[in-house]
Design a protein around this ligand. Sequence first.
Ligand code: GRG
Length: 312
Amino acid sequence: MTNFNLQDYLSSRREVVDRALERYIKEQKGHSHAIWQAMRYGLFPGGKRIRPILTLAAGELFGGKHNKLLPFACAIEMIHAYSLIHDDLPALDDDDLRRGVPTAHKVFGEGLALLAGDGLLTEAFFLMSGPQVTRSLPPQLVVELIHYVSHAVGVSGLVGGQALDLEAENDEVDLAKVEYIHMRKTGALILASVQIGAQVGGGNATDLRRIARYGEFLGLAFQIGDDILDAQGETDGKDRAESGHRELKKATYPSVVGVIRAKERLKELVQQAVKQLSPFEADAEPLIAIAKYVGARALHEGKNSKVQEMQI
Ligand code: GRG
């Protein structure tokens, strides 16, 4: 046992990510224009920053340096922010609040919010393919990483998962279908967050397989946890009464098998995720603690919980 403190780890890495995102925005021409303001609104103050922190943690496990990891970590957070802005639009979830404040379209109007999402998505790819990256990593690896992220956020991942989610509204769905949707809609970007970090960090093929399995279990656990919090009216910054009308009809674990079985599945997934990392021993403490935290949020404490880990 070491003295690893998850709270300190999350807040220090969060600061690193926030500073890098700020720096990136300030460097862009026209960053004070309305479109950048709307994009910035989607990024700041930000939520948990769990995806970029996962990229840093997976990279650090293999000795990866922050200067190489940060463009990817920031790009992944920009993609996440885009997905939330678009997801909140009237055409999708129709949410008025996100993280307890008005959604981007409520502040900037639907047109600019739509474009802010497009802008964040596109700028993410601009960042990953920029000189800071191409000077510090082999070109072949950069192309592979960008290809991988595109796959995770395109039709095979986030966008396709969201489309399936739309189609499944009001349908009778079984658990296999719910998991299939979750693994694309939410799991693919979480998996990409750790995989990209591990690849930039220099993990070997065996390491990458272990990290991929960890990411798959964690991605599914994350969405089930979110659905449990939502079913209990505890989703961060947005209680059930504030949820868009669509949210209430979605195919989720709790809606198919109830909250108790959803919690059992969540616990099992976190245990599986943690198990994948046992060969790395204490070096994997941050990734292990993050997985346990994802479980603990939904299993024990809910939105007002301090950062704490699940006992497993
Ligand atoms: C392509 C038009 C178009 C829209 C895309 C893909 C998409 C819309 C939306 C993404 C689907 C989505 C919002 C899934 C839910 C995933 C989830 C649990 C989000 C919340 O993530 P957290 O808890 O948020 O990490 P914070 O606030 O901490 O950043």
